[in-house]
Ligand binder design. Sequence first.
Ligand code: DLL
Length: 432
Amino acid sequence: MIWSPEYETMPRESLEQLQVERLKSLVARVYEKVPFYRNAFKERGVTADSIKSVADIGRLPFTSKQDFRDNYPLGLVATPMEQVCRIHASSGTTGKPVIAPYTANDLRLWTDMMARTLTCAGMGKNDVMQNAYGYGLFTGGLGFHYGGEKVGATVIPSSTGNSKRQLMLIQDLGTTVITCTPSYALILAEAATEIGLDLGLTRLRLGVLGAEPWSEQMRNEIEIKLPIKAVDIYGLTEILGPGVSVECSHRCGLHIFEDNFLPEIINPETGERLPYGQVGELVFTTLTKEAMPVIRFCTKDITSLNAEPCQCGRTLVRMGKVLGRTDDMLIIRGVNVFPSQIESVLLDVEGVEPHYQIIVDRERHLDDLEIWVEVSEAVFSDEMRKMEALQKKVKDEMEGTLGIGARIKLVEPKSLARTEGKAKRVIDRREL
Ligand code: DLL
């Protein structure tokens, strides 16, 4: 089913027409209301009249995470505060969070985008959705909550944590859809095994998982262990929260709701716009948001776009699974390494579990990469010789993929820290 066929299946020419109109009025609006954009536009000599086609967006300035910090907390707000009816904030781990204010129309838009998202992911009104994203300042909890209700499903606001209670609710209330981070889905699977619960015997069938990068191998693990169909959802606080893009049942990229969020891919070093198919940094412009519209926000997320028609009937462009973040990329002895590459290698080797930690250090001016990974119970209780063979296998595969050597430390099952929200995979101890 398609929630808003008029927009989701719009011929691309009409969609572009709509985008240009919306972009023009957005540029006029932020020029008038937000000094930060007015100054940046003046510097470049752009006005609403500069926008004649979607490609003219290239004439507008970029907005960075730093611009959000510089304008903290409410410097980028484009409406009077009395029209702001809710404020969320990012789960930022360093410094001040990103503030996300919403007007009543913004909240309606968000709920609609989440209804589209959940429908696209395969959820319907007869489903029971257990929402294990964190409720609070984080956009995950309330974003999914209102979207689920709009679709007409039964929503259980279980929030994160307390896995045993989550499992009890899944069994007792007949949960069919779980919404949480992919890493938390695996924690639930682990907790189920611990209490001897076979999740395959419950009604659970679908997971709408996101908020952090996860590989195809991790998807396979989740699909086998829970067992469910696992669908990828993407979003970010600066742009909306969840509800920016999601996979359909064909799972060949995440459809971006382009009537509201205009995506571009750029070369992060030069800012040059890249054509469909090329990998680069994802940039978004919000076309319809009121309280805090954003012009060309550089997400630091790395992916590519594909505008080929999809079998599901949606004409919306698809973004590939996020490959990593420009600021996630580790440069180890001069070689670019993404945590997602390490995850793919680990999960392809039998006997190791999808729980790992990447530790980067510098010893005598030389970068050192160490990867800690849990092994399965079976391997751990096996002979030393087998453990050594497994360690060598992981080491060889890792070297083959990354092109640099890494020390591999196999650790006991369940010994690495678990997080209920976004997993923290990398510890970089280098003082650069
Ligand atoms: O994580 C919003 C969200 C909530 C998305 C629930 C999906 C589900 P932030 O906390 O602002 O917002 O984090 C945004 O998380 O720039 C990406 O780097 C990363 N991210 C989000 N979804 C995915 C995904 C929410 N599906 C940042 N795959 C983004 C990879 C993701 N990375």
